[in-house]
Structure formats: structure tokens, C-alpha cells
Ligand binder design. Structure first.
Ligand code: 13P
Ligand code: SF4
Length: 314
């Protein structure tokens, strides 16, 4: 176990439950949340699943325990719902690595390209894109673009190069990265492979080539959890944010999940942006109905088009 499960006090949980019913609210959480947030959420998922749940829920209020672009995506898809982010400082290094004005110039320098943006982007970048993808549908999204049309892919360069290698597509790739996924050490991974020769390596596509080239399975957080739970091996080396291990341990208690160490030899790679939410902040946001995600309608409509194209692919 990599993180101690801290139990949320019963009175706090009761109060969250009471306010949730009062507000007709639902709590969505990403797998990179602290275990105590994962345990109190109504729905857990990867980026695509959380966007899908947000469009299907009857709740009037969505409390989003994830990062800003995820809550913003929920708002783009559901303008009539109140979307709350318990801590507004929950950004994303990858989304920040692609400012819309610079991306617009990049697009202008590559005319005739289809613009595919990863969901880890701001609404302004989505608005400049033809279609959005996530780590769970990226190949399907690429396949939806005519084979002879070149593609701009942003903002994750590791994911872009991974896709380029797998599909052979002509691609111009934006040079962004995620600080969490580029921190894994290929050298320390080698040592782990010697120590656990039968373990399978599961990696998120935001990891760099030195990790991805060795992986037994590359996929979204949901796909990684599924591969660990359903796989025949007893031990798994995990190259993504350590939050996924909480679900693995619950769903496959007899197996061993070993986080790949970072370059400074830390065995628990945590996303500092995801980890800002706490049960106390969830309670507060339900009480205050703030901080709320808001968007200019013109921008929302422009960002909606490429998202809807992705959602239509299923
Ligand atoms: P998933 O969509 O695979 O959950 O990834 C989200 C993310 O932010 C990865 O760093
Ligand atoms: Fe963004 Fe990386 Fe955190 Fe995912 S893990 S939310 S890409 S900073």
C-alpha cells in the first residue's frame, strides 16, 4: 500500500450526504484523488467516463473532484448545471503548457492539418480544435480523420509520439508534457524489473518513450486499473499517478502493486494539482455553492463542437 487511507469522520460524511441531497448534487472524482475523496464520491472514472457521467446525471449540481479542465469540460457539456470545483487552484501542468494564443499561431503555421487536442486543455484551446480525444479513445479519434490528412496533436508530446509510432500518421506535435508522468525513472524501473521479474508494467501514455517502450500495457487510468485487476500476474509495476492503486487494492486485494519510482527515488508519484481537494472543501463547496466554473457562452459553444464530435464516437 502506498498511501495510508485516512477515514473521513462519520459526522463530516453525514453532513456531506445531507447537503448533497439538499442541493440535488452529485460528486464525481478522478482516480488521482486522495483515497478518502475516492471513497466518498458517487462516481469515479477517467476523463472520458467523468465527462460522460456529467452529461447523464439528473443532478442539478456537480461537485467535481478533479482538475480544472475536467470541471470546465463538464460545464461546456452541461451549461444548465452548476459545476463546482472544491479548490479552484486545481490546475494541470499539461493544460498550462499549451497557451491558446501560441497554439493558434502553431495551427496557422500548419495549414491543412486536422487539429486533435487531448482533453487536458483549456476551453480556449478546445475552441481552436477540430476534435478532442482522451487517453481512452485517442486511437479511435485519430482513425476518424481521413487517412491522407495530416494532424496537429496537442498538448502532450509523449502521447503524440506514441500515437505517431502506432498509427504511422503524419503528425505535428505540440511540445507539452505532464510534470507527473515525465518524472518516472527508467533507470530505477530497470532495478525494479530485476527485483520483480514476473511483474507486468502498466503505463499511462503521458509517460516518456523510455517507459512506454518497456510497457506491457499502455492505456487510460481505467484501462490500467482493469489490466491490473484482470491480469494473470500477481505483481504490477505502475507508471501513472499512484491514486489508481487505491482502486486496484480494493478490487484485487491478493495482488501486489508497485509504483515506479520517480527520478528522485520517490515511490509515490502524486499529482499536486489533483491532490488539493479534501472532504472539508467538498463540504464547504456544497454549503457555499462556490467556487463555481463559469464560461463565456461564445467560448463555450466553440469548445463544445470538438467535444461533441468526440462524444459522438462513443
Ligand atoms: P485519464 O483520462 O487516463 O484518467 O487521464 C487523465 C490525466 O490527467 C492523466 O494525467
Ligand atoms: Fe495534469 Fe499531469 Fe496532473 Fe494529469 S497528472 S492532471 S496531466 S498534471
Amino acid at each position: 500500500m502506498t498511501e495510508k487511507a485516512v477515514l473521513t469522520s462519520a459526522p463530516l460524511l453525514d453532513e456531506i450526504q445531507r447537503l448533497k441531497e439538499d442541493r440535488n448534487a452529485v460528486i464525481l472524482a478522478h482516480y488521482y484523488q486522495d483515497p478518502e475523496i475516492q471513497d466518498l464520491a458517487d462516481y469515479l472514472g477517467d476523463s472520458l467516463q467523468l465527462a460522460q457521467v456529467a452529461t447523464k446525471t439528473d443532478a442539478e449540481v456537480i461537485v467535481f473532484c478533479g482538475v480544472h479542465f475536467m470541471a470546465e469540460t463538464a460545464k461546456i457539456l452541461n451549461p444548465e448545471k452548476k459545476v463546482l470545483l472544491p479548490d479552484l487552484s486545481a490546475g494541470c501542468s499539461l493544460a498550462e503548457s499549451c497557451p491558446a494564443d501560441k497554439f493558434e499561431s502553431f495551427i496557422q503555421r500548419h495549414p491543412g492539418h486536422a487539429v486533435v487536442s487531448y482533453i487536458n486543455t483549456t476551453a480556449a484551446v478546445k475552441a481552436l480544435s477540430d476534435i478532442i480525444c482522451t487517453s481512452s479513445n485517442m486511437e479511435r479519434v485519430l482513425a476518424s480523420i481521413p487517412e491522407d490528412q495530416p494532424v496537429i496533436f496537442a498538448p502532450d508530446s509523449n502521447m503524440g509520439h506514441y500515437l505517431k509510432k502506432r498509427t504511422g500518421r503524419r503528425m505535428e506535435i505540440w511540445p507539452g508534457t505532464c510534470t507527473v508522468h515525465v518524472a518516472f525513472s527508467a533507470q530505477l524501473l530497470q532495478m525494479l524489473r530485476t527485483k520483480y521479474p514476473d511483474a507486468l508494467l502498466l503505463a499511462h501514455p503521458e509517460c516518456d518513450e523510455t517507459i512506454l517502450s518497456q510497457a506491457d500495457h499502455v492505456g487510460s487510468t481505467t484501462a490500467i486499473i482493469k489490466a491490473a485487476v484482470e491480469g494473470r500476474a500477481q505483481q504490477y509495476l505502475i507508471a501513472t499517478e499512484a491514486g489508481v492503486i487505491h482502486q486496484m487494492e480494493q478490487l484485487a486485494p491478493g495482488k501486489e502493486f508497485i509504483p515506479v519510482p520517480t527520478i528522485d527515488d520517490c515511490p509515490c508519484s502524486l499529482c499536486p494539482y489533483m491532490r488539493v481537494h479534501t472532504p472539508e472543501k467538498v463540504l464547504q463547496v456544497l454549503r457555499d455553492l462556490s467556487p463555481e466554473i463559469t464560461l463565456e457562452e461564445e467560448l463555450r459553444l466553440k469548445a463544445l463542437r470538438p467535444l461533441e464530435r468526440m462524444m459522438a464516437l462513443g
